[in-house]
Design a protein around this ligand. Structure first.
Ligand code: ZN
Length: 245
């Protein structure tokens, strides 16, 4: 795919730098954006970074972003933001959550927006769903199908405690491509993640309740063939189960 991605707003410290809470929208959106771009490029996709670093005002930031987006012919325009205005900012075990926005319910960006929202929600964030908005300049003015991600709330302590820019980036990449990615270039970290996962008390063969990543070794139309593969895996020491789709 060919994709435009940008982080919303000017950098922190400049005018129009976005939402401020326990974390800063502008800074975190840039971390997520950089990680998403790096993972997509590693997968072979062409990605343009349309982030604006020097807007004179909020409207100037938006014009510069959209001009950068429309300079390329792409399959998808992606805008990364964080939300603010959480009702309960105290740590109460409930996140305010994640949402995505599209211009139209019937547009080509909608399925991507839905997948991204579901993938971020599966990290443990409340799923606020896909919303349509005809007023946002970015959604109105971009030529390609476009979507805006409000990753989570900067002013809810539960959101901030759960937030990890690499996990959010992984969920966004999964939502766009349908493929899981490992953290870029670190075998050590991958091994560590595997250890963490295997020691989790509520782990099952399909992962814990928050599992986003599953490993599949076969897909069969006859259940006997699936059961035979399961036997081979169990014989080889894997905890395998058959799931019917
Ligand atoms: Zn924003």
């Amino acid at each position: 795919m060919i994709i435009n991605i940008h982080a919303g707003h000017n950098p922190d410290g400049k005018t129009a730098c976005g939402a401020i809470g326990f974390i800063q929208e502008s800074t975190e959106a840039r971390k997520v954006k950089d990680e998403v771009i790096s993972r997509l490029r590693q997968m072979g996709h062409t990605v343009y970074d349309c982030t604006c670093e020097n807007g004179a005002s909020q409207s100037d930031v938006l014009v510069k972003i959209v001009n950068a987006c429309n300079a390329h012919t792409v399959d998808l325009d992606v805008s990364i933001h964080f939300n603010a205005g959480a009702k309960g900012s105290a740590k109460d075990g409930k996140t305010t959550g994640t949402e995505t926005l599209v211009y139209s319910e019937s547009g080509r960006a909608k399925p991507y927006a839905q997948n991204i929202c579901n993938a971020i929600a599966s990290l443990g964030f409340r799923n606020r769903g896909v919303k349509t908005n005809k007023n946002l300049y970015f959604l109105r003015k971009t030529k390609a199908p476009s979507l805006l991600i409000e990753c989570c709330f900067v002013d809810d302590r539960d959101d901030v405690a759960l937030y990890d820019h690499q996990k959010i980036a992984g969920a966004i990449v999964y939502g766009i491509t349908g493929k899981n990615t490992l953290q870029s270039g670190s075998a050590d970290t991958d091994e560590k993640n595997a250890e963490d996962a295997s020691s989790a008390a509520d782990e099952t063969p399909t992962g814990n309740k928050n599992a986003v990543y599953r490993v599949q070794v076969g897909a069969y139309s006859a259940s006997d063939n699936a059961k035979n593969m399961q036997k081979r895996l169990i014989a080889a020491g894997f905890d395998a189960m058959v799931v019917k789709s």
